[in-house]
Design a binder for this molecule. Sequence first.
Ligand SMILES: Nc1nc2c(c(=O)[nH]1)N[C@H]1C(S)=C(S)[C@@H](COP(=O)(O)OP(=O)(O)OC[C@H]3O[C@@H](n4cnc5c(=O)[nH]c(N)nc54)[C@H](O)[C@@H]3O)O[C@H]1N2
Ligand SMILES: Nc1nc2c(c(=O)[nH]1)N[C@H]1C(S)=C(S)[C@@H](COP(=O)(O)OP(=O)(O)OC[C@H]3O[C@@H](n4cnc5c(=O)[nH]c(N)nc54)[C@H](O)[C@@H]3O)O[C@H]1N2
Ligand code: SF4
Ligand SMILES: [Mo]
Length: 754
Amino acid sequence: MTEMLTQLLRPRQGPTTAELVQEPGRFGLGRVPSRVAPVATARSVCGFCATGCGLKVHLGPVGNALNLSPDSAYPVNLGMACPKGWEALAPLAATDRATTPLLRDPASGELRPTDWSTALNTFAARMKAVQEKHGKHSISFLSTGQIPTEEMALLGALFKFGMGGLHADSNTRQCMATAATAYKQAFGFDAPPYTYADFEESDVLVFMGANPAIAHPIMWQRVMRNPHDPRIVVIDPRRTETAMAATDHYAVAPKGDLWLLYGVTHELITRGWIDRDFVDAHTTGFAELSTFIADYSPERCATESGISAKRIRELATMIHRGKAVSFWWTMGVNQGHQSTRLTHALINLALLTGNIGRPGTGANSITGQCNAMGSRLFGNTTSLLGGRDFANPQHRADVAHLLAIPEEVIPSEPSLAYDQIIDGIESGTIRGLWVIATNPAHSWIHQGRFAALREKLDFLVVQDMYATTETARIADLVLPAAGWGEKDGTFVNSERRIGVTRKVTRAPGQALADFSIFKLIAEAWGCGAMFEAWSSPEATFKLLARLSADQPCDFSGITDYPFLQDAGGIQWPYPASSDRVAPPANTALNRLAPARPTATADVYQERRLFNDGRFFTPDQRARLLFEAPAPAPESPDESFPFWLNTGRGSSAQWHTGTRTDKSPVLRKLAPKRVYVEINPDDAAQLGIHNAEPVTIRSRRASITATAAVTPTVAPGQVFMPMHFAGVNQLTYAAFDPHSRQPSYKACAVSVGRT
Ligand SMILES: Nc1nc2c(c(=O)[nH]1)N[C@H]1C(S)=C(S)[C@@H](COP(=O)(O)OP(=O)(O)OC[C@H]3O[C@@H](n4cnc5c(=O)[nH]c(N)nc54)[C@H](O)[C@@H]3O)O[C@H]1N2
Ligand SMILES: Nc1nc2c(c(=O)[nH]1)N[C@H]1C(S)=C(S)[C@@H](COP(=O)(O)OP(=O)(O)OC[C@H]3O[C@@H](n4cnc5c(=O)[nH]c(N)nc54)[C@H](O)[C@@H]3O)O[C@H]1N2
Ligand code: SF4
Ligand SMILES: [Mo]
C-alpha cells in the first residue's frame, strides 16, 4: 500500500487546482486569459446529466484545462451544451474541496485532517471491527450514478468479492430503479431501446413526467430540430417549460397517470387500433390485458386522471394516427408508489401499436445522472457485473472464471435495497456505512428520519469532492475524491452510448481518483491481489468489455479508449463478433454501412434495439403487464390540503448543489433561496403575496420558503425544487413495491403565511 500511495501522491506535472484558483476568470464561458493560449484540446464527455454531451477541453502549455467548448463533431449534442456543461470546470476550483482525508477526533468531536495511511488503516480496522462484532453483512455502501463505470465496477467487486459485504445500493435507486425493473420485467433486460435520432424522427412524441426543457436541455434541442411538424404531448400536473413549448399539455391529476393510460389503452383496444400482427408475434399477455382493460373506459378514467374522456380519446387518436410514435418518461413516472406498473402501461402502448424498433418510436426511459446506465450494468449491487443475476449459478461461474476469482466469494443472495438498508441501520443490523459520490443527508426521502440514523451507526465514511456536503459534515471519516475532469473513465449515456471522460486537470491537494481510493482500500483490507488485473481505468475497461461479452449489453468489440473516442462514443451492443459485418441478432444497427469499418465519427453512430421484434426474455417476447391503480399512500385532506410535488427547478442547478453552487455563473442563473410555487387562486384565498415568506407543513416537518405565485401549478398543488435541503424533510417515504424507488413527488402539505 505504501508504495502505491507514494506513487499516487507523487507531485505530478501541471499546476494544482489551488494554483488555478488564483487566476480568477480563467474558467467559464469561453474566457481565456490573454496571456495563456490553448495549445491542445482533449475530447471528453460531460459529467452532469445523462445526455452525455461531448465537450472539447482546451489545454494550456502544461496540459492543464483552460476552458472548454461543446464538441460539434459529437453525435449527441452536435456542438450544443447547457449552462452546466459550459461551467463544468468551475466546481473543480471551489475553495471547499476536500484536499486531505479528515478523521473525527473523539476528544473534540471535530473532523481533523489526517494522512492517507492513517485514513486507510482506520477504514479497514473499523469496518472489520463492525463485521467482527455484528456479522459480515453489517457493513454497507451507498454509491452513485456519477462516477465512471470502471470505478463503480471496482467498488462493487471490492465490496462484495473482497470485503465480504452484501448490502449495497446507489442513488440510482432514487432515480432509475423503476425503469430498470420495468425493462427487465417487460423486455428481459434493462435495455432502453432508443437513439437520440428518434427525437428527430417521430411525428408524435409523448413525454410523461418529464421536463427536458429544464432537466435535459440538449435532448430538448434535439426535439426542436424535428422536421416532421410533430405533435408533442406533455403529461405533467404542472404547466412546465416543456409543457408550454409542446403542442398538447395533459395536466394529469397527481399520480393519476395510470388511469389516464388505461383509458387510452381501452380506447386503442376497443377501436381495434392496435398492431395485431406485432402483438401476436412478439408479445405475451394480450388476452389478459384485454380482459383487464374492459373495465377502464375513458369515462371511468376521467375522474381519477383529471382528464376528460374526450381528451383521453384524443390522445388515443393521436397515437393511432402517428406514423412513428415515441413514448418518453423520467421522474414523474419513475418516482411513484405504483411506478413500475405505470412504466409498463407506457411500454404496453408502444408494444400494442407496434411503435418499437423503428426510427422515431420506442418506450424510452430518459436517464438522470451521467453514468446511471453504467451503474445499472456494472454497480454490482442489484445485478451481478454486466447485468447478470447473483442468484444464477451459471452467471456466478462465468464472472468467477472471467475475473479469475473463487466462485465462493460471489454472493448468491440479493442485496437489500436503499430503503431496506436505511431500515437496517434503524434496527441495528447495519452499523458501518460508506457513502460514495452521493449526498443522502439532503437527497433521501423523509430527512427527519435519516438524520436520526447517524446516532445508530458505529462508522460513517463519506468519499466526496467536498468536505462541506450535508453528509460529509456528519461523517467519522472523509475521503477526498477527485471529480469529473480530474480522472479518466467511461460513462454510459441515456441512449446506451459509452463515452470517454478525460483527466484534464489535477485534483487539489491529496484528493485522489475514486479508482485509486478503491485500489488503496483493497490493499489496506488485504485483498489487493484479487484486483491486480484492475491496474488502471483503461485496463479495467478492457476487463469489463470481456465481462459484457454474450450479454445483451455486449461491447466486447470496443478495443480501447482511443477507439471509442474516435468513434464519437459507441452505443451498446457492439460485440466483437459483429466484426463488423452483420448486425448481431436481437438488435438493429441502424445506419451501419461498411462491412469492415474503422472507428470513425460517421460509422456506428446511431442504433436502436428490437428492430426484429425479438426481446431478451427466454421466449424472445415482450410481456404486457398491468395492475389496478391504487391510491397514493398519503394524499391531501382537511389539515394538509395541498399535494406537494418536487423536482428540478432550473437548468443551472444540479441536485444538492454541491457542484453547481460553486460556479458564480450558475449561481446567477439560479434562484437564491428555497421557494414554493403556488397557484394564484390558492394564494389569494390564503392571503399570500408573491415573494413573501410562507410556511409549508407536512406531518413530518415544517419549513419556510418564498412564495412564487404562478399559474403553472394547478389549484390544490404546490411545487418545490429539490435543490434546497429542507424539501426532503417534508416528503413522505412511500415506495414502489417492485422497484423500491421512493415516491418523491406526492405528499400532503399545508401552506400558510409565516
Ligand atoms: N438542471 C438539472 N438537470 C438535471 C438534474 C438536476 O438536478 N438539474 N438531475 C438529473 C437527474 S439525476 C434526473 S433523474 C433528471 C430528472 O428529470 P425530470 O424527471 O424531467 O425532472 P423532475 O423535475 O424531477 O420531474 C419531471 C416532472 O415530473 C412531474 N410530475 C410530478 N408528479 C407527477 C405525476 O404524478 N405525473 C406526471 N405525469 N408527472 C409528474 C413534475 O411536475 C416534473 O415537471 O434530470 C437530470 N437533469
Ligand atoms: N424531493 C426530491 N428528492 C430527490 C429527487 C426529487 O425529484 N425530489 N430526485 C432524486 C434523484 S432522481 C436523484 S438522482 C438524487 C440525487 O441525489 P444525490 O446523489 O445525493 O445528489 P448530488 O448532489 O448529485 O450528490 C452527488 C455527490 O457526489 C459528489 N461527487 C461528484 N462527483 C464526484 C466524484 O467523482 N467522486 C466522488 N467521490 N464524489 C463526487 C458531489 O460533491 C455530491 O456531494 O436525488 C433524489 N432526491
Ligand atoms: S445537457 Fe447534460 S450532458 Fe449536456 S452539457 Fe448539459 S448537463 Fe452536460
Ligand atoms: Mo436522478
